[in-house]
Design a protein around this ligand. Structure first.
Ligand code: FMN
Length: 317
């Protein structure tokens, strides 16, 4: 399965940059791909024009394969994004779909020669996505930064359960931030890993310095969930702003009342402008493993070396 994943994505290492709202720009995707992993330009948090521009920047900045992430539920009309992605089919290696029903979109991309990765968070949805034709599944556990699946299944439990019931490569996401996580994911039956939070705190990431420093300082227990009151689960770094949101949520606001506090722009304010008092920033529980702001290349190289070492040093039973 690992070999199949490497072939589908055309990469050296089984490591994927997760789609990241505001953060996943063309330069970061290119840096990840140049390091031998799989970079992805994210659609969320961008206008259509900026999404296209970031794809062009990635094309100019790497000769290595990279892809795009399309969270379909984030866009009022995902079809115009789909058409734009298809325009760049020759330059893209794969598409990942999240936040919505992937079924109508899978054949569209595959007919254009693009393998499709589908983000799921339960074994049942993994089977459905496989039946719908997904080439790769990204199984994301509840530790992950950003929007999580409502079932709240954690990575350690999720990966083997998904790997047991599907016949396509499974990528483990959520809580992986070093080589031990990569080795563990392989042991659980994954073919590779997807990183989010770890890549935010890198030199090439466009995240504001305040956000990067907050990730370096935070421990695993410094993340929490917002939007639960309206049936969503979104993992963010704790902050005074997030406290305000949670206090408001205790008054059981309607989704329309809560929206101004949790809309994407509020994420951009913290993530790009660094104003952590007036916006929220995504962060997963693996944040406790982040102690510095290395280059993307260092993250990938160290992770691969550490995973190899971990697998070699495992005690026998
Ligand atoms: C800053 C940030 C933004 C994210 N935005 C998206 C997104 O737009 N689309 C998506 O499918 N996943 C998104 N995610 C989830 C990641 O792609 C990835 O699956 C997750 O971060 C993995 O867990 P980790 O944060 O523990 O590494 C985001 C995560 C972070 C940290």
């Amino acid at each position: 399965m690992k070999q199949r994943l490497l072939e589908l994505l055309g990469v050296e290492y089984p490591i994927v940059e997760g789609g990241m709202a505001y953060i996943g720009d063309g330069l970061l995707a290119a840096a990840v791909s140049n390091a031998g992993a799989f970079g992805q330009v994210g659609s969320a948090g961008r206008t259509l024009a900026d999404f296209e521009k970031q794809i062009q920047i990635a094309i100019e900045s790497t000769d290595k394969p990279f892809g795009v992430n399309l969270p379909i539920g984030e866009h009022s009309d995902p079809r115009e994004r789909v058409e734009m992605i298809l325009k760049y089919r020759e330059h893209l290696r794969a598409v990942s779909i999240s936040a919505g029903n992937p079924r109508p979109f899978i054949p569209v991309f595959q007919e254009a020669g693009l393998p499709v990765m589908v983000l799921i968070s339960t074994a049942m949805h993994a089977q459905k996505a496989e039946q719908a034709g997904a080439d790769i599944l990204i199984a994301e556990g509840f530790e992950a930064g950003g929007h999580n699946g409502p079932s709240e299944v954690t990575t350690f439990a999720l990966i083997p359960q998904v790997a047991s019931v599907v016949n396509v490569p499974v990528i483990a996401a959520g809580g992986v931030a070093d080589g031990r996580g990569l080795a563990a994911a392989l042991a659980l039956g994954a073919a590779g890993v997807q990183l989010g939070t770890r890549l935010v705190a890198t030199v090439e990431s466009p995240a504001h310095e305040n956000y990067k420093q907050a990730l370096v300082t935070a421990r695993a227990e410094d993340t929490t969930m917002i939007e639960r009151s309206i049936g969503h689960v979104t993992r963010v770094l704790k902050s005074s702003y997030v406290n305000e949101v949670l206090t408001f949520e205790r008054t059981q606001p309607s989704p329309e009342e809560l929206y101004p506090y949790v809309k994407g722009e509020k994420n951009g304010i913290a993530a790009l402008q660094g104003d952590m008092e007036h916006g929220f920033a995504y962060g997963g529980q693996g944040v406790g493993l982040i102690h510095s702001i290395p280059t993307t290349e260092q993250v990938i190289r160290t992770m691969v070396e550490e995973a190899r070492q971990t697998l070699q040093n495992l005690p026998t039973l």
